[in-house]
Design a protein around this ligand. Sequence first.
Ligand code: ADP
Ligand code: SF4
Length: 687
Amino acid sequence: MTRDPRYDVLFEPIEIGPVTAPNRFYQVPHCNGMGRVNPTAMAHMRGMKAEGGWGIVATEQCDIHHTADIAPYTETRLWDDGDKPYLARMAEAVKAHGSLAAIELVHNGIAAGNLYSREVPIGPMHRPIKGTYTPVQARAMDLSDIRDYRRWHRNTAIRARDAGFDIIVVYAGHDGTMPTFFLSKRHNQRSDEYGGSLENRLRLFRELIEETKDAVGGTMGVVVRFAVDEMMGEDGMEWANEGRDAVEMLAELPDMWDVNVSDWANDSMTSRFAEEGYQEEFISFVKQVTTKPVATVGRYTSPDAMVSAIRRGVVDIIGAARPSIADPFLPKKIEEGRIEDIRECIGCNICAAWNNMGAPLRCTQNPTQGEEWRKGWHPEKIATKGSDASVLVVGAGPAGLEAARALGQRGYHVTLAEAGDALGGRVTLESALPGLSAWARVRDYRLGQIREMANVEVFMASKMTAELVRELGADHVVIATGSKWRPDGMGRANLFPVPGADGTRVLTPDDIMAGRRPDGPSGSPVIVYDDDHYYMGSVIAELLRGAGHEVTLATPGLCVAEWTQYTLEQEKIERRMIDLGIEILARHRLSKVGDGTVDMVDTLTRTTVTRSATVISVTGRLPCDELFYALAADNDFQSVKRIGDCYGPATIAHAVYEGHRYARELDTVVDPDVVPFHRERYDLDSV
Ligand code: ADP
Ligand code: SF4
């Protein structure tokens, strides 16, 4: 297949100072939880993006000095020459495919707590460090500190050039880097030439760009990454005033502008809170004030939206982090006219969450993400089948769909049987909840692929029993029958069933998704009890509030949807609850359910609150594994396995991964006593 000429503009080379990007696809710097701790895995992951056609592939942030230590996070470091080899390996992996390797140099200033290096943090002013409540202060940099800092930045740029990189990204964004702190009136109230007027606050950023160009500009492109709006109105930088002024003042200085909004939670908004291309309204002025190439992000997955952004003069280059994680081969698929094969990011931020927990990134859509080296998984290639065996997959949720798709790709004869009248399992049900419609892409991508496979047969309205499975006579059976939310209130806070809590008095998310609603008139009170702490409690609260109920969201957590701090959504979710008029009751544990009454205990004071309301219990799930146990001991099959929520209820990302893993491992020998992936080892002899 060939590329649609409408997309030709995406494949035009573009000059970035002295270097030329082969096309308009730029994998912007993004955290990945591997970095310096899993550097081989990181290098392979970046190399895969280049293989998939991203013309520029950047590192995550790379810390320039030991006063810029953001432990416990795993980002890259280039503190001295000893850090060069693993970064050189990454640059090499990218350049092997003809792409440009970019490195983003960073000093996090007052946001670097220096927990590992034990240096005193530095910044524009004396301030407690930012981002955590760690009882440490940053000290105000004097002029000699600023000179030191500029030298560190310059020297690191030279080291990066020597490590093989083509582009330096000078980074002022996300309310988290030194030039940002100097630019911001909130963080910088100095009275010297680095404080006061915008020109003074911009001085450091200008110096960094000039000095980087001076040091390496002859051979490397110098890109600035700059947040033009902080989305906090007059309390921060706004694109319509200082954001624009700053770009105008530096307009022709960098070789390329990579512009976005701040902070990270605004830049990487989930699909629950922002649509594709949502940053355009903030950044579209930039191309009017500079002749240099301009890039932005905005979760672009549609080539039409990308071309439109270029044609309308908003950008020259399409930046992407999450779309490149969900589909490292997105550019290649556009180039080869395979648009329907694109695995579109769903905007869930599971990738960010794992990084934020200090673990290698995972992706809901792309189960191979982070496994490129560790397991040798390629996102597009998979071994052909190991035998002529047939496989029955029971259940067409994310686990079953991915197992069937990947088994089909391997060439197995697959039968996928689904009890319901729709495919997609929990993804289909959950994508109908407020704000989650993009999640249906998990189903749509897989169904689109399966429909093209003659060796995969799909049957709906086919509830499988043990007899039916035996009758069908497949060689291998994999059970992906999912899980059910439990009504008994057991979860993290309640380790025994809550008295009175059962399916007659308590509704669960499954009931709500099946269309059941609380008894009583419209407007009757409901309590959504959330001991799950992810999205489900808040989306059900939103749904019921939209249906006119008086809604209380009660949780034993410290705040609403506490875990979503990792997906960068917590504040946005809590704010939405408040805006919708939903009452929030934090630190409360469900203790008893009566006929129309609900008791909750304050987890600190142990006082009990009694309310007249219907309770929706969102606490935990139980696997639907009856069919598995009915077949597990059967000798009629070569294997009977279970995957996804039927094995261990977790996220959709887990279910997709389990389905994929099953398909990869079929007809291979898996020794449960052997670690099933490569690990990075320390070379003790080198210390
Ligand atoms: P997962 O996240 O593990 O993929 P889901 O709950 O999303 O799990 O999907 C499980 C799917 O399995 C649902 O669509 C459900 O209708 C289907 N299912 C459950 N039991 C059977 C059965 N006995 N036969 C066929 N399909 C079943
Ligand atoms: Fe997109 Fe979610 Fe994958 Fe991140 S984890 S790339 S947000 S689909």
